[in-house]
Ligand binder design. Structure first.
Ligand SMILES: CC(C)(COP(=O)(O)OP(=O)(O)OC[C@H]1O[C@@H](n2cnc3c(N)ncnc32)[C@H](O)[C@@H]1OP(=O)(O)O)[C@@H](O)C(=O)NCCC(=O)NCCS
Length: 164
């Protein structure tokens, strides 16, 4: 997990735990290969949206990583677009991500707050909390994103303030 620098071990542990939650029909783990080597990886796993009508199963994109020497060649974009396409085919209504809007907006992700969603932690900057509705999305699907337990167990939600 060199792509994540000093945060790499937390992400590696998170990946190990999330991998166990993925089944052939729920969640996705995609890799990009170059010359027989894995150069990029993305995961999508299930979390819940606490909507007024009922709990809705949604997917969270995390993590996404590309080996530094393969950046800016479209690897990350290809992984994200392929993932979203597969999830749309599986009738997943919504995908959430915590990340830089400068990057994720190109795929159609937009700030979650403006779409009627509440972030699962105050430690997530408003702009970083993003969502994209896929074809099965319905307007009644609003509410708070409830991260699956592994994100909390690995303290992989939002930003920590060591001085607080
Ligand atoms: C973010 C990341 C996955 C992008 O992978 P990539 O394969 O280089 O992405 P692509 O080639 O599809 O897209 C590259 C474009 O995204 C831009 N980009 C990359 N990171 C960005 C960011 N944080 N904010 C805005 N733009 C960003 C690049 O400048 C480049 O722009 P260009 O198309 O105008 O040249 C990769 O930089 C990475 O692994 N970073 C470290 C881990 C990380 O931050 N993961 C995301 C956690 S939310």
């Amino acid at each position: 997990m060199r792509a994540f620098g000093g945060h790499g071990l937390v992400v590696a542990d998170l990946v190990d735990t999330l991998r166990d939650t993925i089944t052939p029909t729920d969640g996705l783990s995609l890799v990009a290969e170059h010359d027989g080597q894995i150069v990029g990886h993305v995961m999508f796993t299930r979390s819940l949206l606490d909507a007024p009508r009922r709990l809705v199963e949604v997917q969270v994109l995390s993590p996404l990583a590309v080996m530094p020497e393969h950046h800016k060649r479209g690897v990350g974009s290809t992984l994200v677009r392929n993932g979203l396409k597969t999830l749309a085919e599986r009738a997943v209504p919504l995908v959430f991500v915590e990340g830089d809007p400068g990057y994720y907006s190109r795929f159609g992700f937009a700030p979650g707050g403006a779409q009627g969603f509440r972030k699962p932690s105050l430690r997530i900057p408003d702009g970083a909390f993003q969502a994209i509705g896929l074809p099965e999305y319905k307007p009644w699907m609003t509410g708070t994103l409830v991260y699956a337990e592994p994100f909390w167990r690995h303290d992989a939600v939002g930003l920590r303030d060591p001085g607080a």
